[in-house]
Design a protein around this ligand. Structure first.
Ligand code: ZN
Length: 393
């Protein structure tokens, strides 16, 4: 009963929002619509209804009038959770919908950063460098995202969403979008192949300078991806981050990432959407975030060994209000190693049933184990699976 009335109210909101936008463009009857909506919708009622709208509809609702804008903006501020979901491509094709717009319609928060994982062809399906909105196609998918939101699209061998590991499956993508969180700084960085070679030359001259732009002294975790061209510089970059971090804090740096066949980045604010970048990363810093990462290497091949290693992680963590888990596995693991699907993600979900898991398979992995104080660790790996847990709030 309650659900039905909420649904009806939601429909009414959409109708009024749509009508009001039309009226605004014609500049007629604007005041009567606004005052009508204000008469029958108080702020408190709006807040209750707005809880059920997705991010895109909330943005439309905010355009109706000041009251609605205030309620929509306050609702957005409460949505601090990590928003992760899976989108099935074949279902969209049946309905004639685009992948990019469908991803955006799933988002319920106001994102400042996004990650999309899938097979290598997804990059060119959703990222458009020219970003021109044409009549035939919708242009770059970031046209529908908030201006400040940057996203990285990792295309390689499939995707991971909770206990589903889809290898070589071009039917699904796994997505994670994160909101702006108080006392947590999220920064993205990217290098083109030209910038990578420039950084290499700089690195030969001076061991510090080239990466100091990407480093933050409060940095707690870094997600880092590259294509083949960018992979060589990553171990130097990460070693620089780790050694700089150790000068100011005893807490080790969490590292998670890997090598993609295709790596793309959307940066709508700076007008830079690039289908093929060599390196892309996200750093997390600030007082209200805790992170841990662990490398499951080629010594851990059986279910028991993997569970034992992940249990060590479980013993060390102390979660905050919102948490997300990340998994990046070498494409040689998965079915090729275990002869069955979903093995490692299921072990993670067994130990951490309430933590949503996102990730992918790659052709090389970057990671550090933070739960034992081993400063001599390698940051680049093969034949391994890297897990990271990020908890904030
Ligand atoms: Zn874009």
């Amino acid at each position: 009963m309650e659900n039905t009335s909420k649904r009806t109210a939601k429909k009414d909101i959409r109708k009024v929002a749509k009508r009001s936008q039309k009226q605004k463009s014609k500049r007629t009857n604007e005041d009567s619509i606004t005052s009508d909506s204000e008469r029958w919708m108080s702020y408190d009622v709006l807040r209750i209804i707005f809880r059920h709208l997705n991010g895109k509809d909330l943005t439309s609702a905010a355009m109706v009038c000041r009251l609605w804008q205030g309620a929509a903006s306050d609702e957005k501020k409460t949505r601090l959770w990590p928003d992760c979901f899976m989108v099935h491509i074949s279902k969209l094709e049946e309905k004639g919908k685009t992948l990019g717009l469908s991803i955006v319609k799933h988002i319920n928060i106001q994102p400042i950063v996004g990650l999309v994982f899938g097979v290598s062809t997804i990059n060119s399906r959703i990222v458009c460098e020219s970003r021109i909105m044409s009549k035939k196609g919708p242009g770059c998918y970031c046209s529908y995202l908030p201006t400040q939101c940057k996203s990285i699209i990792f295309g390689d061998h499939g995707m991971i969403a909770n206990q589903i590991e889809a290898e070589c499956d071009n039917d699904a993508v796994s997505c994670l979008f994160l909101p702006k969180v108080p006392n947590v700084k999220i920064k993205t960085f990217t290098l083109t192949s030209h910038a990578v070679s420039h950084n290499f030359k700089q690195f030969a001259k001076n061991r510090k300078r080239p990466f100091s732009q990407q480093f933050d002294k409060d940095m707690k975790a870094v997600i880092i991806f590259s294509n083949d061209a960018g992979s060589g510089i990553i171990s130097r970059m990460l070693q620089f981050f780790v050694s700089e971090r150790s000068k100011t804090s005893k807490e080790p740096l969490s590292v998670w990432g890997g090598i993609a066949t295709e790596l793309a980045i959307c940066n709508r604010k700076d007008n830079k959407c690039l289908v093929n970048v060599s390196l892309a990363g996200i750093s997390f810093s600030g007082s209200d975030i805790s992170t841990w990462s662990i490398v499951i290497d080629d010594q851990q091949r059986t279910k028991e060994q993997i569970e034992a290693k992940l249990s060590q992680l479980k013993d060390c963590i102390k979660l905050r209000k919102y948490t997300i888990g990340f998994m990046l596995a070498c494409y040689q693991r998965g079915v090729r190693l275990h002869s069955e699907r979903n093995v490692e993600s299921s072990i993670f979900k067994k130990l951490f049933p309430n933590i949503p898991l996102v990730g992918t398979f790659g052709s090389g992995e970057f990671g550090l184990t933070t739960i034992n104080n081993d400063s001599s660790q390698l940051v680049t790996h093969e034949w391994s699976t890297i897990f990271m847990i990020l908890s904030y709030g």
